[in-house]
Design a protein around this ligand. Sequence first.
Ligand SMILES: Cc1cc2nc3c(=O)[nH]c(=O)nc-3n(C[C@H](O)[C@H](O)[C@H](O)COP(=O)(O)OP(=O)(O)OC[C@H]3O[C@@H](n4cnc5c(N)ncnc54)[C@H](O)[C@@H]3O)c2cc1C
Length: 382
Amino acid sequence: MLERGEVANSWRRERWDSLRLLTPNWQSRLPGLRYEGPDPDGYMTAGEVSEFIERFAKVSRAPVRTGVNVTSVRRAGEGYQVTTSRGEIHARTVVIASGACNEPSVPQFSGAVPASVEQVTPFGYRGPAQLPDGGVLVVGASATGVQLASELRRSGRPVTLSVGEHVRLPRTYRGRDVLWWMDASGLWDQRYDEVEDLTRARRLPSPQLVGTPERATLDLNALTAMGVELVGRWAAVRDGRALFSGGLRNVFSLADLKMARLLGIFDEWARGEGLDGDLEAPERGAPTPVPQSSRLQLDLRSGEIRSIVWATGYRPDYRWLDVPVVDAKGQLHHDGGVVNSPGLYALGLPVLRRRKSTFICGIEDDAREVIGHLAGFLAERR
Ligand SMILES: Cc1cc2nc3c(=O)[nH]c(=O)nc-3n(C[C@H](O)[C@H](O)[C@H](O)COP(=O)(O)OP(=O)(O)OC[C@H]3O[C@@H](n4cnc5c(N)ncnc54)[C@H](O)[C@@H]3O)c2cc1C
């Protein structure tokens, strides 16, 4: 196992200070290692995630070589030639487990933002103190965006949040964590070859969730109540002005509709399992009200906005992969982790083999199946 940094590098170097997992502690499961602390319904801090993964590396006796950067993988003979910062390796098979979130994904028009406005991505952001006083424009309303908008608003700054397509979820539903429902109802176990629109499922933004001791819901209604101003999706910069789309009504009602549909599936499952008596009554959160008039543009030269936080998603980095298996959008082509190049595999990508593949708890089942395929491949060659 080659790692360019340290074990749990992304959790040590690429997360902001206040970040906690949005998955509850009991859901942090790795093969042979589970959370066994006093707070199974709590949410780990980034530091605790690093410790958890480090412990896993020890108990699983993973043969990790840290500080080894892979700079090229290319096909050679029966296998692959792997060039690293510490020399060459020939491997019959290669498993790409380099992560789905290596870089923040920022729109090109960020280059047209006036220089007087500071720009930061979640990889560079540590906490509010690092940003200049004054207004902040947070772009993107998925897990990262809503969490940072809330933290920055609590620091006393005026916050504007640019909202595109998003996934709304309550933190708890009928008294249980919403991710308990995903897990218990079997929705997270849905296989990639059963998902209707796999490309879309793999691109789905992360849900609007935060892990706090209060188990608070952090949807757009919660942010509006805190005083965050909502504007539409940021479409372009023209003459120093940010131009936002006006389709908030559609975006809000789509997210409300999808949430209601999901909660309906949970209710149906609970009824079928005879659990209704053990759970609180079904409920639906208030719809997301559309602001009377949302601003369609913001003059970035006026001084109202002093900084921009790009919470517009993450993307993988395969610049080191010299095998033609990456599409024009930079995504790896694979069928459930089996890449279309003999002996090449992938793990740790969204909806790789199941809906839960996106999360830490998804790796055990995925790894078993992908490594099963890999072992079969080697056996055949032998
Ligand atoms: C902001 C954020 C919040 C998240 N919150 C949750 C959550 O609440 N719950 C949850 O279950 N999941 C969460 N996830 C997803 C989570 O990151 C993954 O589930 C998990 O960390 C993925 O592990 P991984 O090992 O596949 O990828 P990574 O953690 O990205 O690890 C990949 C490793 O590969 C190394 N690497 C990359 N390229 C090279 C190279 N060329 N040479 C050598 N080494 C290389 C990197 O240094 C890195 O250490 C979150 C992700 C992000 C970005």
